[in-house]
Ligand binder design. Structure first.
Ligand SMILES: Cc1ncc(C[n+]2csc(CCOP(=O)(O)OP(=O)(O)O)c2C)c(N)n1
Ligand SMILES: [Mg+2]
Length: 737
């Protein structure tokens, strides 16, 4: 366990004044040249079909080396992009490490052969695993900076703790660390770029945004992506920033800019924006040829600005190295790159048997019976809610709604675990906290987070900008630093701007880094219809899109007690969790429960038999549980005895419970609220047909919404969504089969 410790190397100087020393110039040239030679070596291997992808840092080396030299690996944090070879070399990633990734070796330290070359990751150097997606990393950088600030203000939160995810996440912080992130100029068109600048600026976060402007995004020139052609002009009015627009081929200008940027950040003055104009002599990637879309004159002008040639000329011109000294240096670096390539080609390949390692946490299995207890704590059951209940909560000490018990769980867990932060749209009691002296507070559009800000303060509970990718992207940054963000997406219907972050980042962080990094955040999302007038944009389901994403746990409780116990498991576990809360169930009279105490938890992957029966198995979850129960009561009067399984968690799901019940009844219906085609039930039905064929006396039936959207007019809504009568009809049909 390591608290506030660092293996960082000390920077040689904190401020550049005057010219660079000769030694520093030689060191910069060494790193720039080595980067180019590793690129050249990879290009050779790609031509020989010994590696499978190549993208280079050529032309960006001066800017990148300068950034690395101004910062402190293992102390500061880095969220680079695929072109940052020279940056990573200068931070301490070796040519051998890089070539191991190029060949896809088992010993590739960044990903164990899972990611393309230049998809960086090193825990020791604080380089957080990056994807191929442009710009997503910027929001991770913002969350990482927020977490660093939080730990420095609340050092006790960094203390290790047994029994939950904290046992597996050491925390390092110093109080003045900087977070670096980089991107190309084309990628500044992504919304996440603006979302990241928004929060960094608003919160004065110590993030250096480095735009490596080579004038092209593959074949698209800068003026197409950036109105006016210059991103610096567009961002100039963001408050609290240090801005620098520099010749990114001049290492001295770059070093000055980054050192000033780092000083600005370390002093707590806000973020920095360093915009370096660079060149791209090697086209976009191996598979691209810029002769197809750039004029010869333009390419020649670029070649004249090649930073490597310019630096070499400078060393000669200023008498720092002679021709023969440069030759000797270059030869030794050529040799280093060639040797690293040879060694990489001999490295062992990853084992096929290891493919599924690190999809989920190997340390903490939330399906383990001992992970959680379903025992309601007698001494606290039914006692008053933590936080004293809130506006809209059911009064007295009797049964509580799902909304009450989710709110209660959030209060309990935030009290227990100082690493939890809660944010989202409208979730605070009041952003202008002084208003709380005279008003009751908002606490979420459904009031699920009511009272949290009042109890835990505005640093732990706060409103986000109206930007869903911002919410999830920052959560990833928080979580990789060891915190537990429990964030809210206001309506499932608006989760889609965050889809990229959920699918390509949140769920993948652990697998793609071969277990080195993880982002076990919780995303709470009100979901579903049956609202009478909820219409298209407040009634959506779509859980199968997320259960189709490895690495993500998907939970969907049907009643107050399950919601309480499953949310507790979600928060304590070590995997990212999508926690789906059915809006219609929030305040229902059925499914209420006494408050079960602050340690009540339910393991994932354990279905509940909510009604035993012998004729037909009905597998369902969420809002269809109560509708299935109503249908089953009517079916019983007609002599059909239905067993209802509430899955409770959809990924993982309880196959054993399904199989046991189907073997007993030999007839099965899978029912859900979401649309029928390609829905969650299709997978369950297919698996039953495949693995339980011999136990079946009838075809597997499915129930779901019509393959359309949910309409506003209740007559249409009722017809579109499955009703108890729909379920009853399916039960009777199947019994008669
Ligand atoms: C979200 C996303 N969209 C598209 C791509 C495909 N793609 C990869 S690199 C690239 C161009 C990026 O250009 P720029 O941001 O200028 O960076 P550069 O490669 O020039 O350094 C594109 C379109 C991607 N990786 N991610
Ligand atoms: Mg570019």
């Amino acid at each position: 366990m390591e608290l506030a410790a660092s293996r960082a190397r000390e920077p040689e100087s904190t401020v550049v004044s005057g010219s660079l020393s000769p030694q520093r110039m030689v060191e910069i040239y060494r790193l720039m040249y080595l980067s180019r030679r590793v690129d050249d070596r990879e290009i050779l291997l790609k031509r020989q079909q010994k590696i499978f992808f190549q993208i280079s840092a050529a032309g960006h080396e001066a800017l990148q080396v300068a950034a690395a030299l101004a910062l402190r690996p293992g102390y500061d944090w880095f969220f680079p992009y695929y072109r940052d070879r020279a940056l990573c070399l200068a931070l301490g990633v070796t040519p051998a490490d890089m070539l191991l990734q190029a060949v896809g070796a088992a010993t590739d330290p960044a990903s164990g052969g899972r990611q393309m070359p230049t998809h960086w990751s090193s825990r020791q150097l604080h380089i957080v695993s990056t994807s191929s997606s442009t710009t997503t990393q910027l929001l991770h950088a913002v969350g990482c900076a927020e977490a660093g600030r939080y730990f420095s203000r609340h050092p006790q939160a960094a203390a290790p703790a047994a029994g939950d995810y904290r046992a597996f996440h050491d925390v390092e912080f110093h109080g003045d660390e900087v977070v670096f992130t980089s991107l190309g100029e084309g990628s500044t068109s992504q919304g996440e770029f603006w979302e990241a600048l928004n929060t960094a600026s608003n919160q004065k976060l110590p993030v250096i945004f480095c735009v490596e402007d080579n004038g092209y995004a593959i074949s698209v020139p800068v003026e197409v992506n950036t109105p006016g052609g210059n991103i610096s002009s567009l961002v100039a009015n963001f408050p609290n920033f240090y801005f620098a627009e520099i010749d990114g081929t001049d290492p001295e200008a770059c070093l000055r800019a980054f050192e000033t940027a780092a000083a600005h950040c370390r002093a707590g003055l806000g973020p920095a924006f360093v915009h370096g104009h660079v060149v791209r002599p090697y086209s976009h990637a191996f598979s691209d040829d810029d002769k197809h879309y750039r004029s010869a004159a333009e390419r020649e002008a670029d070649a004249m600005r090649d930073p490597l040639a310019r630096m070499q000329m400078r060393l000669l011109r200023e008498g720092i190295l002679t021709d023969s000294e440069i030759n000797a240096l270059e030869q030794s670096l050529d040799h280093e790159a060639a040797e690293a390539a040879e060694r990489a080609l001999e490295a062992p390949l990853p084992k096929v048997a290891d493919i599924t390692r690190h999809v989920y946490s190997e340390d903490l299995d939330p399906t383990r019976a001992d992970f959680a207890t379903e025992q309601i704590q007698e001494q606290t059951a039914g006692s008053s809610l933590p936080g004293g209940g809130h506006a809209g909560s059911s009064k007295g000490s009797g049964p509580r709604t799902m909304s009450d018990l989710i709110n209660a769980c959030l209060h309990d867990e935030m009290r227990r675990d100082p690493r939890i932060v809660v944010y989202g749209e409208d979730i605070a009691d009041a952003s202008r906290a002084h208003a709380l002296e005279e008003v009751e507070g908002k606490g979420g559009v459904f009031k699920l987070t009511a009272g949290l800000q009042t109890e835990f303060g505005s640093e732990r509970v706060f409103n986000s900008p109206l930007a869903e990718a911002n919410i999830v992207g920052r959560a990833i940054g928080y979580a990789v630093r060891g915190m537990k963000p429990v964030v809210e997406i206001q309506f499932f219907d608006y989760i889609w701007p965050a889809m990229h972050q959920i699918r390509n980042e949140l769920s993948l962080m652990r697998w793609r880094s071969n277990g080195a990094w993880a982002s076990p955040a919780v995303i709470r999302v009100p979901i579903g219809g049956y609202l009478t007038g909820g219409s298209i944009y407040h009634s959506q389901s779509g859980e199968s899109i997320f259960t189709h994403t490895p690495g993500l746990r998907v939970v969907f409780p049907s009643n107050a007690l399950d919601a309480n116990g499953l949310l507790r498991t979600a928060i304590r576990c070590d995997d990212p969790v999508l926690f789906l809360e059915h809006k219609r169930l929030y305040r229902e009279t059925h499914g209420r429960s006494p408050y079960p105490g602050p340690d009540f938890a339910i393991p994932f992957g354990k279905a509940k038999i909510v009604r035993p029966g012998s004729h037909i198995t009905l597998v369902t979850y969420g809002a269809l549980v109560i509708r299935a129960l109503q249908a089953a009561q009517k079916a019983q009067l007609l002599g059909v005895d239905v067993e209802i399984l509430d899955l409770r968690t959809l990924s993982p799901y309880d196959w054993e419970a399904i199989a046991t019940s189907v073997r007993k009844t030999s007839r099965v219906i899978v029912a859900h609220e979401d649309m029928l085609s390609w829905g969650y039930g299709a997978e369950i039905a297919a698996r039953i047909a495949d693995e339980l064929f011999d136990s079946l006396d009838a075809p597997v039936r499915r129930i779901g919404a019509m393959d359309t959207f949910v309409a506003y007019q209740p007559v249409l809504e009722d017809a579109i969504l499955p009703q108890p009568e729909t379920i009853l009809k399916a039960i009777l049909d199947l019994k008669a089969y």
